[in-house]
Write a protein that binds this ligand. Sequence first.
Ligand SMILES: Nc1ncnc2c1ncn2[C@@H]1O[C@H](COP(=O)(O)OP(=O)(O)OP(=O)(O)O)[C@@H](O)[C@H]1O
Length: 251
Amino acid sequence: MIEFEAVSRSYGSTEAVKQLDLIVQPGELFALLGHNGAGKTTTIKMLVGLLRPGRGSIAIDGFDVARTPREAAQRVGYVPDEPHLYDKLSGREFLSFVANMHGLRAGTADAALAAQIERFGLGSFVDQLTESYSHGMKQRTVFAAAMLHDPRVLVVDEPLVGLDPHSIRLVKDLLKAHSQRGATVFMSTHTLTAAEELADRIGVMHRGELIFLGTLEELREQRHVVGGSLESLYLSLVDERGKPTPESPSP
Ligand SMILES: Nc1ncnc2c1ncn2[C@@H]1O[C@H](COP(=O)(O)OP(=O)(O)OP(=O)(O)O)[C@@H](O)[C@H]1O
């Protein structure tokens, strides 16, 4: 379970996230939507402990991310929007390093590596240095690393960018299956068709504020639209508030 309680974060005078209250339950696949600069990545970085909230608190399965970072981190798998690997390690070495970091014992780590290499189809390149990988190969390797310890909470920032159609299907199936097995899945995305297809609940962030939280059906009801696509509902909701641009920061 993920709990944000009155979380805010600023960069200088820019309020990136304002008073965020949000609970995502085990077994739930939650999609956070928002225009560029809405505050999604800031929210995710606070959730995985890479940024400290300016105010408020975040808990993962009851463990406060700031006060008990180790316990919180053990429960999280994180896939950032830009996959970062160590150029001079092979994919397998990188995965072993991550398994080691999570404290997996040798036998368990070997089995976990084999399972994720198979799942993400890394076999043909996993022993090459990661500096030779394409973006999609890196992304699949980072996904495999995030799944090694079977995290209770999976956090993914823009999971589908740069993937080929086969890998997109693979990742979508993984996200759905992981939540159906009782994990909490939190993703941010601009791919509204994927959010529509996968998410149990949607949050729409605009200028750092959560301006909608609920199911697609609840969004349709709120917008008084029968059967509208998430894309059309999202655009009408956000455009009503005025499009954010770098030249017009929040008042
Ligand atoms: N390191 C930083 N220093 C200063 N301002 C920042 C920094 N990171 C983000 N911001 C600002 O915080 C706000 C929220 O940015 P954030 O990256 O969280 O948005 P986002 O919703 O993830 O955007 P995108 O969809 O483009 O990735 C923006 O106004 C952005 O300019």
